[in-house]
Design a protein around this ligand. Structure first.
Ligand SMILES: [Zn+2]
Length: 433
């Protein structure tokens, strides 16, 4: 990677103070309310605008995941049409293929995939570390009540090993051995060129012991310090590039004291925003956001990594989350699971074979205004790729619009009413979504 980092860059002149191209502006703060989980009942929910070199993101916002610089089966033009403000790609996958130098040569992630709006990359930490533990594929399945730092499913091999400096892992693509560290992740993300990047952190699981979580939080802090130094060096040396913002990631699993401690550590460093990451139990997801907000300056945007359950989104927005990403809408859609205001259903159920209504009555997305349940059901059963396209467009539209509506409800002073009405209706039929 060293040669990659030393590669000279374009001739465009550097603009002094270009960091000002990134900033967060608060529009409306939620008034105090029952759902506030912060210190003394503080409620951190808000609307705002994240200004980036590639345009603004009005928050709260849903960030669809274009893992390999592509939404599976949906063109960026269609993502724009359905209202997506920004996309998130994965540094680890782009590192493996096609390689960060290709994206750099293309003029950055957005230009590479013909998307002129803001982009995010995650650090690669989640993917690298989930090769070691934390993914169902690798973990032993029945882990109820277990606490162990080395739980691996029978017959599976651990592919990632953490040490003080970083992570060594075996590529799932070709078996090659690779190394990720704070500096390498920063180099990769700078070459990919997204507007918002994340510091390299260690992912733990809820099964890790308390002692391991403590050590991991300290290690993540040391990696965060190294990320800030390397980010500054790369920002200064790669002149003529649009400013890339860096978010520090707060870990600490479900321990309040560790989360608060980690938040204070991240707040003490020169980050542009914060990522709320790692294993979180659903019942304390709102609390976790609030503990972190209690300890952080309020002028930094806050991204909650990888959630898309409708009730979790409300709990996180209420307690300070500004942006949210998740692969679930697309992944569920490809399996036929359709999100609607009345809950989630599977369009491949037999009853829809002759149903010529849209996926969701009243939905304004391209799929619902042009195609029927019967047609989408047929395409998915026949494994026709257009089925993936149509189901994904509807589901991404559902989450993008949900966050748009939440934002409007905060600005209009009706968040509590909107939350109660939406959740009652969504979960009325026992939906899992
Ligand atoms: Zn629709």
């Amino acid at each position: 990677m060293t040669s990659l980092l030393e590669k000279p860059h374009g001739a465009a002149p550097d603009e002094p103070g270009r960091r000002s191209a990134f900033r967060f502006e608060t529009i409306t703060r939620l008034p105090r309310g029952d759902g506030g989980k912060g210190r003394n009942g503080a409620r951190y929910g808000r609307t705002g605008i994240i200004h980036t070199p590639h345009g603004d993101i009005r928050t709260p916002a849903f960030v669809p995941v274009a893992t390999q610089s592509a939404m599976k089966a949906v063109l960026p033009e269609a993502m724009k049409d359905l209202g997506a403000q920004c996309l998130l790609s994965n540094a680890f996958h782009l590192f493996e293929r096609p390689g960060p130098d290709v994206l750099d040569e293309a003029g950055g992630l957005g230009r590479f995939m013909n998307w002129d709006r803001p982009t995010f990359t995650d650090s690669g930490g989640f993917q690298v570390l989930s090769l070691g533990a934390g993914f169902k594929k690798t973990l032993a399945m029945d882990v109820t009540g277990m606490k162990s730092d080395d739980v691996i499913a029978e017959g599976k091999e651990r592919h990632a090993f953490v040490d003080e400096d970083g992570v060594t892992f075996k590529s799932p693509l070709n078996g090659a051995r690779h190394r990720f560290s704070a500096e390498i992740s920063m180099g990769i993300q700078h070459h990919i060129g997204a507007d918002i990047m994340f510091a390299f952190d260690e992912l733990t699981t809820l099964m890790n012991t308390r002692r391991y979580q403590e050590n991991s939080v300290e290690r993540t802090y040391r990696w965060a310090q190294r990320c800030v130094v390397e980010h500054k060096r790369l920002t200064e040396s790669r002149t003529g590039k649009p400013y890339q913002a860096l978010y520090g990631v707060v870990q600490g699993a479900n321990y309040e004291d560790l989360r608060r401690h980690a938040a204070r550590q991240i707040a003490s460093l020169d980050f542009d925003g914060v990522g709320i990451g790692g294993a979180i139990e659903k019942r304390i997801i709102g609390n976790t956001c609030a503990w972190i907000c209690d300890e952080m300056p309020q002028d930094r945007p806050r991204h909650v990594l990888g959630i898309a359950a409708v009730d979790d989104i409300f709990a996180c927005v209420e307690n300070g989350g500004d942006t949210f990403d998740c692969v679930a809408p697309a992944r569920c859609g490809r399996n036929g699971a359709i999100f609607t205001r009345d809950g989630r259903y599977n369009v491949k159920r037999a009853e829809f074979k002759h149903d010529f209504a849209p996926l969701e009555e009243g939905c304004t997305c391209y799929t619902c205004t042009h195609y029927s349940r019967a047609y989408v059901d047929h395409l998915l059963r026949a494994r026709e790729l257009n089925g993936f396209t149509l189901a994904t467009i509807h589901n991404e539209h559902f989450f993008v619009t949900l966050l748009d509506d939440i934002r409007a409800s905060i600005d209009e002073g009706d968040f509590d009413g909107f939350r109660d009405r939406t959740l009652t209706r969504f979960y009325a039929h026992g939906s899992r979504g």
